[in-house]
Design a protein around this ligand. Structure first.
Ligand SMILES: Cc1cc2nc3c(=O)[nH]c(=O)nc-3n(C[C@H](O)[C@H](O)[C@H](O)COP(=O)(O)OP(=O)(O)OC[C@H]3O[C@@H](n4cnc5c(N)ncnc54)[C@H](O)[C@@H]3O)c2cc1C
Ligand SMILES: NC(=O)c1ccc[n+]([C@@H]2O[C@H](COP(=O)([O-])OP(=O)(O)OC[C@H]3O[C@@H](n4cnc5c(N)ncnc54)[C@H](O)[C@@H]3O)[C@@H](O)[C@H]2O)c1
Length: 446
C-alpha cells in the first residue's frame, strides 16, 4: 500500500514551515501536525512577542542617554497598552502561519501526533501515513520542582501578563531571565534574579555580561546568587508569595518566573514504538538530520546537538531538509558561522568564534578590542558604554566578532557574511558601505 504523504512534519514551528513551504511548491505531498498554535514558540510565545514588549525599553534607553543633549523628559511605559499592542500584532500570527501552509496545498492536522509505526502517525484517531517524517516538536519550559511550584509561572505566562506585578522574582541566569528582567525593570517592577551559581549568560563574553549586570543592578535589579529555591508559599494575609531558598533566603514577592531552561518535547510521541533514540537533551541525529530510524528526521530545537537553540538554526535545518528531500543535495548539513544575541538593553551579540573560545586559545586567535567612545557616529546617541571585540586567526582572517551596544544586532549582522566567506582583513576594504552607518563604522575597525 502506498503512503498518503511524501513527508509529514510533527510541529509547525520554524523547523517545519521554512522547508515545508518551498517543498510543497516543488510538488511534494505534505502534511503538518500541530497541537497548539501554528508557527510554534517563536511566532506566538517567544521571539516575536518578546521583541514587541522590548521595543519601548529600547526607546526609553535612547531618550535617557540624550538628556541634556537636546532631549528632555522621560517616557512612561504603559504595560496595559503595550500588551494590547502585542496582542494585536501577535495573536493573528497563528492563523497567518496556518494559511501559509494551506495556501501551498499542505494538509494540516490539528491535534497531538503520536507514532504507531515508522510510517504511521495517529492524530485524533486518524491514521496518517508517510514515506518520511520530520520531528520538529521543539521544547517546553523546564520547571523546577519544590513545594508550591504550582504558584510559579513560565515565559509563556509572562509574555501575556495583563498587568505588570509590582515585584517580579526570576529563577535562572540565562537568556529569558536577563531579557525579561530588563523589560520588567523598565516597566517599573522591582526585580530579583535568583541563581544557583551566580553565573549569567554563560556563552557570551563575560566582560560584556558583567557590564550589563552592573547596569541592571544600578537600575535596581537585585542579583541573588548561591540560592536554590526550596519552596514558594502563598502568604496568609495577602496575594503575595514567600520564596524560600536553601541558603537561608526568604523574600516576599508578587510573581515568580521559572526561567531555568527548556526541555525537549519527545516524551509524548510514543517514540519507543518505533525505536527512535532520545536523550534528556533531545533527539540525536546524524549529519543528514536523520534519527537512528532511516525515514524519520529531526529538526530545530528538538535536535540534541551543541548548537544554539534559536530560530535561525531551526530555519536552516528546515531549509536543508527541503533541499535533501527534493534531491538537490546529497551532502551532509554544513552549518555556517552562527550568530546569537541576548536582547538585554544594551544587547550583547556575537558571531563565529566566541570571545570565550578565543581567550582559551591564545596561540590560534588574536583579539582586537574596540571602544566606541572615540567614535563620533556611535556618540550621536551618546551611547557611552559600547564595545566590540574582533577575532582574527593566524592568517588574518576575521573568524569572530562580539559587541555590546544598542546597535549590536545590526553591527554583528554586518560580519555574518564576511565571516562565512572567510575574507582576509585587506579584502574587507572592497566593500563600499553607506556613510554614515554602523556598517561603515565597523569596516573602519578592520
Ligand atoms: C521566551 C523565548 C524567547 C525567544 N527569543 C528568541 C529570539 O529572540 N531569537 C531567536 O532566534 N530565538 C528565540 N527563542 C528560541 C526560538 O523560539 C526557538 O529556537 C524556535 O521557536 C525553535 O523552533 P522549532 O520549530 O524547532 O520549535 P517550536 O517553535 O517549539 O515548535 C514546535 C511545535 O511543535 C508542536 N508540537 C510539539 N509536540 C507535538 C505533537 N506531539 N503533536 C503536534 N504538535 C506538537 C508545538 O505545539 C510547537 O508548535 C526564544 C524562545 C523563547 C521560549
Ligand atoms: N535571544 C534569544 O535568542 C533567546 C531568548 C530567549 C530564549 N532563547 C532560547 O530559549 C532557551 C531557554 O532560555 P532560558 O533562559 O530558559 O535558558 P538558558 O539555558 O539560557 O538559561 C537557563 C538558566 O537556568 C539555570 N538553571 C538550569 N537548571 C537549574 C536548576 N535546576 N536550578 C536553578 N537554576 C537552573 C542555568 O544555570 C541558567 O542560568 C535558550 O537556551 C535559547 O535557546 C533564545
Amino acid at each position: 500500500m502506498t503512503n498518503e504523504f511524501d513527508v509529514v512534519y510533527i510541529g509547525s514551528g520554524q523547523a517545519t514551515w521554512n522547508g515545508a513551504v518551498p517543498l510543497a511548491k516543488k510538488g511534494f505531498k505534505l502534511a503538518v501536525v500541530e497541537e497548539a498554535l501554528f508557527g510554534g514558540v517563536c511566532s506566538n510565545y517567544g521571539c516575536n512577542a518578546k521583541i514587541v514588549l522590548d521595543h519601548p525599553v529600547e526607546l526609553s534607553r535612547q531618550i535617557e542617554a540624550m538628556q541634556q543633549r537636546g532631549v528632555e523628559g522621560s517616557i512612561d511605559i504603559n504595560w496595559r497598552d503595550l500588551m494590547a499592542h502585542k496582542h494585536e500584532l501577535i495573536d493573528p500570527q497563528s492563523m497567518h502561519n496556518e494559511h501559509r501552509l494551506t495556501n501551498e496545498g499542505i494538509q494540516v492536522y490539528k491535534g497531538h501526533g503520536t507514532f504507531v509505526d515508522a510510517h504511521t502517525v495517529m492524530v485524533n484517531d486518524e491514521r496518517i501515513t508517510a514515506d518520511k517524517f520530520v520531528i520538529a516538536t521543539g521544547q517546553r519550559p523546564h520547571r523546577l520542582t519544590f513545594t508550591g511550584d504550582e504558584l510559579v509561572h513560565d515565559s509563556t505566562d509572562f509574555l501575556s501578563l495583563p498587568d505588570m506585578p509590582e515585584h517580579v522574582t526570576i529563577l535562572g541566569g540565562g537568556y529569558i531571565a536577563l531579557e525579561f528582567a530588563t523589560i520588567a525593570n523598565a516597566v517599573g517592577a522591582k526585580v530579583d534574579i535568583i541563581t544557583r551559581s551566580g553565573n549569567y549568560l554563560r556563552g557570551f563574553p563575560q566582560e560584556y555580561v558583567n557590564l550589563v549586570v552592573a547596569d541592571l543592578k544600578a537600575r535596581g535589579v537585585r542579583f541573588i546568587p548561591s540560592q536554590s529555591v526550596t519552596a514558594v508559599e502563598k502568604m496568609a494575609d495577602s496575594d503575595q508569595l514567600r520564596v524560600k531558598g536553601q541558603n537561608g533566603l526568604e523574600l516576599v514577592t508578587d510573581y515568580v518566573l521559572d526561567a531555568t531552561g527548556r526541555q525537549p518535547n519527545h516524551d509524548q510521541l510514543n517514540l519507543d514504538a518505533v525505536g527512535v533514540a532520545t536523550t534528556d537533551k533531545g533527539i540525536p541525529v546524524n549529519e543528514y538530520l536523520q534519527t537512528n530510524v532511516e525515514n524519520i528526521y529531526a529538526a530545530g530545537d528538538i535536535v540534541d546537538h551543541a548548537l544554539p537553540k534559536t530560530t535561525p538554526v531551526a530555519a536552516f535545518d528546515s531549509r536543508y531538509l527541503c533541499a535533501r528531500f527534493a534531491g538537490e543535495t546529497t551532502e551532509p548539513i554544513d552549518y555556517p558561522a552562527i550568530s546569537t544575541v541576548v536582547f538585554t538593553s544594551p544587547r550583547i551579540a556575537q558571531v563565529g568564534v566566541t570571545v570565550n573560545e578565543a581567550l582559551a586559545q591564545p596561540d590560534r586567535y588574536t583579539l582586537q578590542k574596540v571602544d566606541f567612545q572615540s567614535d563620533w557616529f556611535r556618540q550621536v546617541g551618546n551611547e557611552t558604554s559600547a564595545y566590540m571585540t574582533l577575532i582574527f586567526d593566524q592568517e588574518d582572517v576575521l573568524v569572530g566578532a562580539a559587541e555590546m551596544s544598542h546597535q549590536a544586532v545590526n553591527s554583528i549582522n554586518t560580519f555574518v557574511p564576511i565571516i562565512e566567506l572567510g575574507l582576509k582583513r585587506h579584502e574587507l576594504q572592497r566593500f563600499i558601505y553607506l556613510f554614515p552607518s554602523i556598517e561603515y563604522t565597523g569596516q573602519r575597525r578592520l
